[in-house]
Ligand binder design. Structure first.
Ligand SMILES: [Zn+2]
Ligand SMILES: [Zn+2]
Length: 346
């Protein structure tokens, strides 16, 4: 079995998927991040790539001077070896792993480790901002108290396509597509509530490290954030028998696209807009590839496409498709997602 993943993996998405499907070893899906000074991110990347491809790991990992952010899976048979290796790296000793709730062998199809200027793109360019002045952590039990408390404000620091399928009861869910936008609008959005206790949350906690420091910088004094994000919240709720205050699904950035946390479905299909659905699909038209929520009957009716337009243009001859692609990139890409999605009110 070929477990080597070259740096320049030129295989198509489908080829990678097919070869990943052949490797049927049970896998553990996990994520972790750490803000830590990394002197030479390229050397660090090469070190990770060499060790982790040997162990058959797959995933998407970002490395920067400011730290590491990893979403990945590891063959169960190699997990002990993986962990032993991680513990030997000075940058990673005792890094807390967040293990995925649902087991899934196909969370990733390949190993990609990228060196980036930052591990989370925040777009912040304010020299007076001290990102290390983060808010205190909240446990799951403490988070539940915030959800129930009228003097507290719970804010979802994720994008709208994440919060629309799942969020904490009563949370503020800003209508944004990027973390950058989120940081820009949130301080204004909640300015009436400066005296309230504020709780932030995100998928695994990494965005809130920065967001809590940012809100403190913007004059909010009582800002805390959910440690380990929604992923760890679910574990704590189960281990400690706490009531689950998170409704719906937690969007995750791998091939699964979501982990169920609460049993209810809180969003509607983007195509018929009437049937409840929280299953994300990528449009089958490669030019479009938009992420949409689709109910079973719409997905069948449109054959996996997000719209009639995509269904028809995908069958067009190559030459015509090129024209469509140009049109799509220029005019539609920026607006399509906003047009098709619905806001939740739950
Ligand atoms: Zn539908
Ligand atoms: Zn489409």
């Amino acid at each position: 079995m070929n477990t080597q993943t070259p740096i320049n993996d030129m295989r198509s998405r489908e080829e990678k998927r097919q070869s990943a499907l052949l490797d049927t070893r049970p896998r553990t899906t996990l994520s972790f991040y750490r803000y830590v000074q990394i002197e030479n991110p390229i050397e660090f990347r090469d070190r990770l790539l060499a060790a982790w491809s040997k162990l058959g790991c797959m995933g998407r990992i970002y490395v920067a001077h400011e730290g590491i952010n990893a979403q990945m899976n590891v063959p169960k048979e190699n997990f002990a070896a993986f962990d032993a290796w991680v513990q030997l790296q000075p940058e990673l000793v005792d890094v807390p792993y967040k293990i995925a709730v649902e087991e899934n062998n196909l969370s990733f199809y390949k190993l990609t480790i990228k060196v980036r200027p930052k591990i989370v793109a925040d777009g912040l360019d304010d020299a007076t901002f001290d990102a290390s002045n983060t808010g205190e952590y909240l446990t799951a039990a403490e988070m539940n108290e915030y959800v129930d408390n009228p003097d507290a404000l719970v804010i979802d620091m994720r994008n709208v396509y994440e919060s629309e399928i799942g969020h904490f009861k009563g949370a503020v869910t800003p209508n944004v597509d990027t973390f950058r936008e989120e940081l820009l609008i949130v301080p204004d959005l909640i300015k009436e509530h400066k005296d309230k206790k504020i709780a932030l949350y995100c998928t695994g906690g990494i965005r809130c490290e920065k967001a809590s420091a940012w809100l403190k910088h913007k004059g909010y004094t009582n800002v805390k954030h959910l440690k380990g994000g929604v992923i760890d919240y679910k574990h704590q709720v189960e281990e400690q028998g706490l009531p689950n205050m998170f409704k719906g699904k937690n969007f995750v950035f791998d091939e699964r696209l979501g982990e169920r946390i609460g049993n209810e479905v809180i969003s509607n299909c983007h195509l018929c807009r009437t049937t409840k659905s929280d299953t994300h699909h990528h449009c089958k038209n490669k030019i479009c590839y938009v992420l949409f929520l689709g109910c079973e009957s719409c997905v069948a009716k449109y054959n996996g496409y997000c719209s009639r337009w995509c269904q028809i243009t995908d069958k067009a001859p190559k030459k015509a498709k090129k024209v469509f692609a140009r049109y799509y990139n220029r005019y539609l890409k920026a607006t399509q997602f906003k047009k098709t999605r619905l806001r939740t009110v739950a």
